[in-house]
Design a protein around this ligand. Structure first.
Ligand SMILES: CC(C)(COP(=O)(O)OP(=O)(O)OC[C@H]1O[C@@H](n2cnc3c(N)ncnc32)[C@H](O)[C@@H]1OP(=O)(O)O)[C@@H](O)C(=O)NCCC(=O)NCCS
Length: 178
């Protein structure tokens, strides 16, 4: 299970910047987790975020089924697909299945998987990273991958997210090789 990051609005203002993204769910006083993404943040509220890794500028969080349109838009850019998947635009139905497959990693409680990258300063989705063993690879040899929106290129985000995932793989997940 990824760590849940408790974001205190009063303490660091982070929640104020990222609360409009679906990664945040308010936790009611009774401790029940509500499935709401758009509620206004009140001072003193504690929010729960399924965060895998946090860097200076990024949060890598779990995907949810609400993220489909973000993934469709990302893969709809021919420049993003230029060197991958044979440059072909992926059919929407395939992306529905892809997202389900990604969600399966969390359901199975795996340490690895696919993670939505959120720019902390804006709260926007900028793409995704994966850290998981490729086909035929052993559990100690996760593969790193990334796909970012064009408007996020050239700002060092791939490097920043990758470094954090590589560090996590060796320091926390017992990887022999990434
Ligand atoms: C590849 C990609 C993730 C790089 O994102 P980014 O945030 O702009 O990368 P950074 O700013 O951290 O890049 C650091 C450097 O590494 C290079 N780099 C990073 N990943 C690379 C890759 N897979 N292939 C070639 N060069 C890469 C960048 O071009 C950059 O080089 P530069 O400093 O000489 O310009 C982005 O361009 C992208 O999403 N492209 C479309 C999807 C894709 O091709 N993904 C990789 C599939 S293996």
């Amino acid at each position: 299970m990824p760590a849940a990051l408790l974001v205190d609005w009063r303490r660091d203002g982070l929640c104020e910047r990222v609360c409009q993204t679906p990664m945040l769910r308010p936790r009611s006083p009774a401790g029940r987790i509500e499935a709401s993404a758009s509620a206004r943040v009140e001072p003193g509220h504690t929010w729960v975020v399924d965060v895998y890794v946090e860097t200076g500028r990024l949060v890598l969080r779990r995907f949810t089924s609400d993220d489909l349109e973000l993934v469709v838009e990302l893969d709809g850019d021919p420049q993003v697909k230029r060197y991958i998947d044979g440059g072909l635009r992926v059919d929407r139905r395939e992306l529905v299945e892809t997202l389900q497959w990604w969600l399966g990693y969390y359901d199975r409680g795996e340490r690895y998987g696919f993670w939505a990258a959120i720019e902390k300063s804006s709260g926007r989705f900028i793409g995704w990273f994966h850290l998981r063993p490729g086909e035929g690879a052993g559990p100690l040899e996760p593969e790193l991958g990334y796909r970012l929106r064009r408007d996020a290129w050239g700002q060092g985000y791939a490097t920043e997210g990758s470094r954090a995932l590589i560090d996590k793989a060796f320091a926390e997940l017992g990887a022999d090789r990434v």
